[in-house]
Ligand binder design. Structure first.
Ligand code: PGA
Length: 260
């Protein structure tokens, strides 16, 4: 299970550092054994270097929220893949719906960035998900399939640890209204099938497909219990160590239940 926090444009550096330290300490001090959970936090890019130090020795991986598709150059305000790896990043969120919505990011942009991430051994966390009107029109599946088609074009994946897919229905992000477990499972199964066609069933079985959109400690268990839900990409509930780790605790419970 992958429990990843997307901090978006929240926290200043002192608050972000304290949050990272509280998460690391919370994992260390907990009565719960978190060893079966993979953790990542994706803070604002100006925090990355400091958090790389703050998280040193903890099991929490560091991710960025975006990357530019080019190596370097005249792209004012953008951040390159080598900049990210040089401050300890191992993951990068790509194609978040807020990037698609506010910056007109297309599937082709996401694809170029995914290739660039892979070239630098960054694991892309590729976000897909339909808008509410698309779901109401019965188009949710075809929208997500088209996003995968565009984003994964030509991207070779030889092992399951080279890619993460986040299913984030846009209507569930920041609204307090998560998808139902059945809605999440249905779409995650569609995504798994798509990945199996591309990369083979064995690799596809291990690629984390995480759910995002108003995941909270109180609804995490039912979402994470679904067969094809392999974790969460968590926005607002990742901004407090207690709620972020509360979701991780639910993940441990689900894993222990599954192990019988
Ligand atoms: P949310 O955000 O948990 O606040 O809904 C999730 C996301 O956008 O990744």
């Amino acid at each position: 299970m992958l429990i990843a926090g997307n901090w978006k444009m929240n926290t200043d550096l002192p608050d972000g550092t304290a949050l990272a330290e509280n998460i690391a300490a919370g994992i260390d001090d907990a009565d719960v054994d978190f060893s079966a959970v993979d953790f990542a936090v994706c803070p604002p890019s100006v925090h990355l270097q400091a958090l790389n130090e703050a998280l040193d020795g903890s099991p929490v991986a560091l991710g960025a929220q975006d990357v530019h598709a080019e190596e370097e150059g005249a792209f004012t305000s953008d951040v390159s893949a080598s900049m990210l790896t040089s401050v300890g990043c191992t993951h990068v969120i790509l194609g978040h719906s807020e990037r698609r919505q506010y910056y007109d990011e297309t599937d082709a942009d996401v694809n170029a960035k995914a290739h660039q991430a892979h070239a630098h051994k960054l694991v892309p966390i590729i976000c897909v998900g339909e808008m509410l009107d698309q779901r109401k029109a019965g188009d949710a599946t075809s929208v997500v399939q088209a996003q995968l088609e565009g984003a994964l074009e030509g991207l070779s994946v030889d092992s399951a640890d080279e890619l993460v897919i986040a299913y984030e229905p846009v209507w569930a992000i920041g609204t307090g209204e998560s998808a139902t477990p059945a809605q999440a499972q249905d779409m995650h199964a569609v995504i798994r099938d798509d990945l199996a066609d591309r990369y083979g069933a064995d690799v596809a079985a291990g690629i984390p497909i995480v759910y995002g959109g108003s995941m909270k400690p109180w609804n995490a268990e039912e979402l994470l219990s679904e067969d094809d839900v392999d974790g969460g990409l968590i926005g607002s509930a990742s901004l407090e160590a207690e709620s972020f780790l509360g979701i991780a605790e639910e993940a441990v419970g689900v894993l222990e239940g599954a192990a019988g």
